[in-house]
Design a binder for this molecule. Structure first.
Ligand SMILES: Nc1nc2c(ncn2[C@@H]2O[C@H](COP(=O)(O)OP(=O)(O)OP(=O)(O)O)[C@@H](O)[C@H]2O)c(=O)[nH]1
Ligand SMILES: [Mg+2]
Length: 200
């Protein structure tokens, strides 16, 4: 399994002319505003303040490229579904995402984050279908697992699986960035995407 020893914010971009060169494999993270993307990145990299976390949703509005071990990148995508964001910003978001997905050839997988407490929203389902159309689906992270009891957890994971229409082999990993649970499972799944030929 990968061991993250170095991580740095490499580039903050809105449009493709600011994206870094495609010289290493990449894993992106997407989900509604406030679902816990930036918190998960901090947890995975074992850094407290690598990505900015906020109580007010809509914090990450840019595409943030993090360089990990000089080996691969984690990409924090801007959250969707923030109610106070105006229509024009939503249109910009769609354009920003299309430009991103159309151009990153070394993107191995996009981790879809959903809140473990709730049934996926229409936007979550739309986003996941969008990932499916690019063949980048298959890895879901159910966040804030510390907020529910373990018997409700199993039930909710099944609901999420069903509503996103996951295949049998697709992974859904419950994670708590607060309690640091599920982080090793997530790192192991990410390892499999970056180094698919390595066994163990
Ligand atoms: N209890 C609990 N709270 C969490 C967890 N992960 C994130 N949070 C909280 O959820 C809020 C949003 O977290 P962020 O990591 O900033 O969410 P984000 O998806 O990056 O949000 P945007 O950048 O706005 O799209 C913060 O108040 C976090 O402290 C978790 O595992 N458990
Ligand atoms: Mg964020």
């Amino acid at each position: 399994m990968i061991k993250i020893v170095r991580s740095e914010l490499e580039t903050v971009a809105v449009s493709p002319d600011r994206y870094p060169l495609q010289d290493m494999p990449e894993i992106a993270f997407v989900g509604r505003s406030n679902v816990g993307k930036s918190s998960l990145l901090n947890c995975l990299t074992n850094r407290k303040k690598l990505a900015r976390v906020s109580g007010s949703p809509g914090k990450t509005r840019t595409i943030n490229f993090y360089r990990i071990n000089d080996e691969f990148r984690f990409i924090d995508l801007p959250g969707y579904g923030y109610a106070k964001v105006s229509k024009s910003i939503t249109a910009d978001w769609d354009k920003m995402m299309a430009a991103f997905f159309d151009s990153r050839d070394k993107l191995k997988r996009v981790v879809q984050l959903v809140d473990i407490r709730h049934e996926p929203s229409k936007l979550d389902i739309k986003m996941y279908d969008y990932l499916r159309s690019y063949g980048l689906d298959g890895l879901v992270c159910a966040t804030k697992a510390d907020k529910i009891s373990s018997n409700v957890k199993q039930k909710n994971l099944a609901i999420i699986r069903k509503s996103l229409r996951l295949n049998k082999d697709d992974k859904i990993i419950p994670v708590s960035s607060l309690k640091r649970t599920g982080i090793d499972e997530m790192l192991s799944a990410i390892s499999d995407e970056i180094y698919p030929n390595d066994s163990v």
